[in-house]
Design a protein around this ligand. Structure first.
Ligand code: HOZ
Length: 429
């Protein structure tokens, strides 16, 4: 904290007016101890705090900044849009253009609608699944986080896991009874739940690659089994691609693994750093949404012109430059380097990456489920996090969050990160 006195003052002031001093729990650093730094500005791969410290940023606003911070073309598009007005509450061409572009990337989203966050997208997706199937149960996986909607705060990941809160007070018991849970990557448990509740599960919702319980990839058989079981039973399959969308490949996890879900939820990247989410899927399902169908969802700021401008620009750049092979290779280099540096120092470590999403656990064995993630050495992660932060490398402040990489992260960033991590790891016991 010594080198962040101004952040400390802001944190004191923030804590007096906002719970935990932050507007989203994981940011408070409770998962790693200490106090968060307050950001002054960001550019490319770097962040600067109000004390003037510089960090190589692997949080990237928790995913959306795939082109790095303050990309000049995105900033120009947002500035130009702002001059034309910041919100109309009436349709604009940019909404149509962005929707068409999203569908080009993710063709299973035959129709889609924009909302303001991933949470709104997932809340709506299960409402649609329930309305479409006439069933009430939903099934999610332990450690997966689908935003803070009531139905999802059951054995959830992200901040819920970071703070060790199994469930949240305020969620009606009768509602949480409608949420069934199974361990990620456990097909047998899934089969058992479908056998116990035949024809009653409206949807299975999944992070196809878990990012909110730390980075946990699916076993090769897992997603195909999900598709097969849901189709057989008449339940919908919802891929929550808020983290994986435009990240693990151009068309998200569904493209990477060749599985077509019925509904998809997106967020983060499609807003280029402004608040946007989207849900969409098969046309016959989406035509149930008001005003065409009876399932209601609405939002004054949905399709906000600034967010559409940022999203359109970011996605157009991704389409035109196709940086995916390079991003993936560089992310792999970072991951291999980190696991080598930590392993060479004698600490058990495991990790993985897909596209530009990655993660490590201080664990002897590969991590396939949230229960296994919880068995990793969280105390050592905390020490590593702080040692890296003190050396100007910002990893997610929780053992249960994925990391990201942007096109602005060059080899120099990776080299610097690995040198600093090597130095940081020497401080661990
Ligand atoms: N739940 C988010 C990451 N999985 C954290 C959001 C934030 O603090 O901004």
């Amino acid at each position: 904290m010594n080198n962040r006195p101004i952040s400390h003052d802001w944190f004191q002031r923030a804590s007096a007016i906002t719970p935990g001093g932050v507007n989203s729990p994981v940011r408070a650093f409770r998962g790693v101890g200490g106090e968060p730094f307050f950001v002054a500005r960001a550019e490319g791969s770097r962040l600067w705090d109000v004390d003037g410290n510089e960090y190589i940023d692997y949080v990237l606003s928790w995913g959306p900044m795939i082109l790095g911070h303050a990309h000049p073309e995105v900033i120009r598009a947002v500035s130009e849009a702002a001059r034309l007005g910041t919100s109309y509450g009436a349709p604009t061409p940019a909404e149509v253009e962005l929707a068409e572009l999203v569908r080009e990337f993710v063709p299973s989203m035959q129709m889609l609608r924009f909302v303001n966050s991933g949470t709104e997208a997932t809340m709506t997706a299960i409402r649609i699944a329930r309305g479409f199937t006439g069933r009430e149960l939903i099934l999610k996986f332990e450690g997966c986080y689908h935003g803070h909607g009531d139905s999802f705060l059951v054995k959830a990941g992200s901040g819920v896991a970071t703070l060790g809160l199994p469930n949240s007070p305020g969620v009606p018991t009768d509602l949480s009874k409608l949420t069934l849970t199974a361990p990620f990557n456990d097909v047998e448990a899934l089969e058992k739940l479908f056998a116990a509740w035949p024809g009653q599960i409206a949807a299975v919702i999944v992070e196809p690659v878990v990012g909110n319980g730390g980075f946990i990839p699916p076993d090769p058989a897992f997603l195909p089994a999900l598709r097969e079981i849901t189709t057989r039973d008449g339940a919908l399959l919802i891929f929550d691609e808020v983290m994986t969308g435009f990240r693990v490949s151009r068309g998200g996890a569904q493209e990477r693994f060749g599985i077509e879900p019925d509904l998809t939820t997106l967020g983060k990247v499609i807003g280029g750093g402004l608040p946007v989410g989207a849900y969409g899927g098969r046309e016959e399902i989406m035509r149930q949404v008001a005003p065409v169908g009876p399932i209601y969802q609405a939002g004054t700021l949905s399709g906000n012109p600034l967010a559409m401008a940022a999203g359109l620009t970011q996605l157009r750049i991704l389409r035109d430059t196709d940086p995916y092979a390079e991003l993936e290779a560089r992310t792999r280099r970072l991951l291999d380097g980190l696991t080598r540096v930590i392993g060479d120092a004698g600490f058990p470590v495991t990790g993985g990456s897909l596209g530009s999403m990655w993660g490590i656990f201080f664990s002897e064995n590969p991590v396939r489920s949230f229960a296994e993630a919880q068995q990793s050495d969280v105390a050592r992660f905390r020490a590593f996090f702080h040692a890296c932060l003190d050396r100007g490398v910002f990893f997610a402040p929780s053992a249960f969050e994925a990391g990201f990489l942007s096109t602005a992260h060059g080899d120099r960033d990776i080299d610097e990160t690995l040198n600093r991590a090597e130095d940081a790891v020497r401080t661990l016991v």
